[in-house]
Design a protein around this ligand. Structure first.
Ligand SMILES: [Ca+2]
Length: 477
């Protein structure tokens, strides 16, 4: 796998994909493109550190190194800065970095029955002394994770149980052991491997782990989170694996003010995909027959705001688990899972990914089917940065069409609109920045019927009288 993403939350229920922070093509010492395994992260003295295992030669399992990338931001701006000298070798994967309450940082890692730990220097990118064997663990396989609670250090790890690895843990009064084995606390998840991390957030401890419930493929895993509870003596209670997840611990996120909705039915369909009427769908239509090989839906003139990261959120109905391929501006983002939503007319399905978009509306999103049936209702696109300042007119309703034009605060006669790329009697929808006003006129030179708009208007036919393909001059204030 490749392409690490960061997700954020404030309520443990709604998760924001912050986008990709690193891929193997950005690692100067990489010789194995696309081959990135389980990472960890840490924060110290204003810098965020990202640690990732990566093989350094084609003899991959004997040449692991632990790479480091740094940023001043938790979810963007990471730069690969090398690897930790002195770490690596056969099966030595799964780095875990723990910063103790006294500020001293430790790194742990291991695989193939070997687990080691050691101190990091204050620069967080070099060892401070030799790595030590972590003693006292029983049936260690891989997936080391270390945390501290009430002065007790915990080391969690996967065992070798053949029918499905389990997460075990050991405790110590010292961050480098010796460790006292305490037992299993996460049973097999359905995946052959197990790997997790434990964190405290807003007073509750949580266990993150993975299963393969969505994909059915042992190598394509889904992230899970459930409560991690402790007994009075500090021992860990068995994790209850749920499909519902954990309760909300905060307010739901404020909607992104830059979000634009695009009905699937305004896009271009091909290779058997069809626009079909469906009363259950937004706008009364959805794109169907997406089970057909190479069936596709393409949306042009998608707004990327001022450019940069944007979340593409796809709403769909599916009777059984499927997946769709996402391509944006020609870049292949591979598959997005579209888990069963409860039926072909149940449009509660959501799948999303954060990707970079270009400035303005010259962005193209293409969805390709052929991997199970999915009825696509609509997409929302939420640029992280607000739209470039201006009023954007679109040829079609719902901000669609083959072209769009963004105009500044100014008055525009017929010829001036034409000079800006807005033909006469052409516009059918518009996006208007907050606090701006657009007065559209039926005739040239600000004459005839007029319409005063102060907010986004997705369909000029809803105005009275209809303004569809009517504007011949306008004032933007
Ligand atoms: Ca729709």
């Amino acid at each position: 796998m490749d392409r690490y993403h960061v997700y954020s939350t404030e309520d443990m229920v709604n998760w924001q994909d912050e986008g990709e922070i690193l891929n193997s093509s950005q690692v100067s010492w990489s010789t194995q493109p696309g081959f990135m395994w389980a990472p960890d992260c840490a924060f110290k003295n204003g810098t965020y550190y990202f640690y990732f295992p990566h093989p350094s030669t084609t003899n991959w399992n004997n040449t692991w190194k632990v790479g480091v990338a740094t940023s001043t931001q938790p979810a963007s701006g990471f730069t690969s800065v090398g690897y930790i000298t002195g770490l690596g070798g056969h099966a030595m994967i799964d780095p875990s970095v723990f910063v103790d309450t006294d500020g001293q940082a430790y790194i742990y890692y291991g695989g193939g029955g070997v687990c080691q730990g050691g101190k990091l220097q204050s620069n967080m990118t070099a060892l401070n002394g030799a790595m030590q064997s972590m003693t006292g663990l029983v049936d260690f396989h891989e997936a080391t994770w270390v945390f501290k609670r009430n002065k007790i250090y915990y080391l969690t790890y996967a065992d070798n149980k053949a029918s499905g690895n389990r997460l075990n843990y050991a405790t110590s009064s010292n961050p480098l052991g010796p460790w006292t084995y305490k037992g299993v606390y996460l049973n097999p998840t359905g995946s052959s491997t197990s790997h997790g991390s434990a964190v405290e957030y807003k007073g509750q401890w949580y266990q993150f782990y993975h299963n393969k419930s969505l994909s059915g493929n042992d190598s394509i895993r889904s992230i899970c989170v459930d409560k991690l509870n402790f007994n009075a003596d500090g021992t860990i209670q068995m994790i209850t694996q749920t499909t519902a997840g954990v309760p909300s611990v905060g307010p739901a996120p404020v909607p992104n003010p830059n979000t634009v909705k695009y009905e699937a039915e305004i896009g271009t369909v091909a290779n058997g995909a069809t626009v079909a009427n469906d009363a259950a769908a937004s706008g009364g239509k959805s794109v169907q027959n997406f089970h057909l090989a190479n069936s596709s839906l393409q949306l042009d003139t998608v707004s990327g705001g001022s450019g940069g990261r944007a979340t593409i959120d796809i709403r769909y109905a599916a009777a059984s688990n499927a997946k769709i391929r996402l391509t944006v501006n020609g870049a292949d983002y591979s598959f997005l899972n579209t888990p069963a939503s409860g039926g072909w007319n149940n449009y509660s399905g959501r799948t999303y990914l954060t990707v970079p978009l270009g400035i303005g509306t010259a962005n193209t999103i293409k969805l390709t089917g052929g991997n199970g049936g999915v009825n696509i209702d609509y997409l929302t696109v939420s640029p992280f940065s607000p739209s470039s300042t201006g009023v954007t007119f679109y040829q079609n309703t719902q901000y669609g069409g083959t072209a769009s034009q963004t105009l500044a605060k100014e008055t525009y006669t017929l010829s001036q609109l034409a000079a800006q790329g807005v033909p006469n009697d052409w516009a059918s929808s518009t996006r208007i920045p907050s606090g701006w006003t657009v007065i559209m006129y039926h005739d040239d030179n600000f004459a005839g019927t007029s319409w005063t708009l102060t907010a986004d208007t997705p369909d000029f036919s809803t105005l009275s009288p209809s303004a569809t393909d009517q504007m011949s001059s306008c004032k933007i204030q």
